[in-house]
Write a protein that binds this ligand. Structure first.
Ligand SMILES: *Cc1c(COP(=O)(O)O)cnc(C)c1O
Length: 416
């Protein structure tokens, strides 16, 4: 096949995939869908739904402007729990009463890992280790390091392949009678590796440890079965696949069976049973309220409601089906157009072990990324040489995916 034939065949395939895509109508509901810009970073900051513009304006004029401080009594106090339950229902396979919107991912992870460590260590003083992998997201590694210093614990590091992630055998070799807590990412931020959450959770439980799952790169893209897989605790971002907008607050999940036994370290008034009693001492509320600390970030919880509604309408299994089709197509195009230039796929090729993004490696990728951003093709770059292609299922088309990868091809070609 000539280059022109190959390109035409890929164009035809992209068109056929778009025509057959059961979710294709959702893309038009996002701001900017009519522009030729290629967005490959919906795994880092989701595009805003068009409905969100109206929701934000209405909030200012009607709710904030009209209800003023009455808004807290009328609806805002309940919002972290109502939206948490909806995230649980739509994206996490979690029954109500176990998910809440809290602080940033970093702070909420700190609170839950710290609480889990304290509980396990108090139950058995020989449990002094926190297990985390060497290629986990920086904030996860840094905060575990800080908790270990603060609590007199030891970090046990799992070494992992940067194009993969933590496998059951890796975890089996790392846990034992000294393990208190395991912190793992469900989808690895660099490689897109999808962990076997059921198997890894069971391995940690067999060792008597609790697991905290970081769901930042899976929630809203990969089905999570928190209750069915026996999760203990989890935290995830809402500004990635859940569309909450820049810096929107994270959600936390705590299995009902653990809630009463866990005490989180940021004891604030919003975590008490009777918030407005304003009593002399901290007394944690029952249920998920005890994991809150300060005043809930209401403005930050507005936008995610529109993406959540679309996820509920589409269904997370259909979202996953499209996600696999998108990443499989991206790998097929990379093999056809980019492999001849020396670009390699640094993500799992088996779709069952891959989340919603694909990383492509080549020594030129840092400058390729800068070049693409100038052309309105927007992936992101992760050291040492990875171009991340995030394919958010509701807002990305196959034609867009092909157009972006052809731009990558041209840019790499110009540099080699
Ligand atoms: C995006 C991401 C974070 C970000 O944490 P913030 O506190 O929101 O900055 C943490 N962990 C993982 C795995 C992520 O992908």
């Amino acid at each position: 096949m000539t280059d022109t034939d190959r390109a035409a065949a890929l164009e035809a395939e992209a068109s056929a995939l778009d025509a057959a895509d059961a979710l294709r109508g959702f893309r038009d509901r996002f701001v900017g869908a009519d522009s030729p810009l290629v967005y490959f970073d919906g795994n880092s900051l989701g595009r805003p739904p068009a409905a969100t513009a109206e929701r934000l304006a209405r909030f200012v004029t009607e709710e904030w402007g009209g209800r003023l401080i009455r808004g807290w009594d009328e609806s805002w106090m309940g919002l972290p729990f109502a939206i948490g339950d909806e995230i649980g229902r739509v994206a996490l396979g979690a029954a109500p009463g176990q998910t809440v919107i809290g602080d940033s991912t970093t702070v909420l992870l700190y609170k839950l890992v710290r609480a889990a460590y304290a509980e396990r260590h108090a139950a058995d003083a020989a449990r002094t280790e926190i297990v985390v992998d060497r290629d986990n997201f920086p904030t996860d590694r840094y905060l575990v390091d800080g908790i270990a210093r603060e609590a007199g614990a030891t970090v046990r590091w799992i070494e992992v392949d940067r194009a993969g992630g933590v496998e059951p055998d890796d975890l089996r070799a790392a846990v034992g009678p000294a393990t208190a807590v395991v912190l793992l990412s469900h989808v690895a931020y660099r490689s897109g590796h999808l962990a076997d959450a059921a198997a890894l959770t069971a391995i940690a439980h067999d060792a008597g440890a609790l697991v905290v799952w970081d769901l930042c790169h899976s929630a809203g893209s990969v089905p999570v079965r928190a209750d069915a897989d026996g999760f203990d605790l989890a935290v995830g971002c809402t500004y990635k696949y859940l569309g909450g907008g820049p810096g929107s607050p994270a959600f936390g999940y705590v299995a009902e069976r653990h809630q009463a036994a866990l005490a989180q370290p940021i004891q604030g008034w919003m975590g008490t049973a009777d918030v407005f009693a304003m009593g002399p001492d901290y007394s944690p509320a029952d249920g998920m309220r005890r994991f809150l600390s300060g005043t809930p970030p209401i403005v930050g919880m507005l936008a995610m409601q529109d993406t959540l509604a679309m996820l509920a309408e589409a269904g997370i299994d259909a979202v996953r089906t499209k996600s696999i089709a998108l990443t499989s197509f991206a790998i097929q195009v990379a093999d056809a157009l980019l492999a001849p230039l020396g670009v390699t796929v640094a993500s799992p090729r088996e779709s069952a072990r891959r989340g919603g993004h694909v990383t492509l490696s080549h020594p030129t990728m840092r400058s390729v990324t800068a070049d693409l951003w100038r052309q309105d093709v927007i992936p992101d770059y992760r050291d040492p040489d990875g171009l991340r292609i995030g394919l958010s299922p509701l807002s990305t088309s196959f034609a867009e995916t092909l157009a972006g990868l052809r731009a990558v091809e041209a840019s790499v070609r110009a540099r080699t």
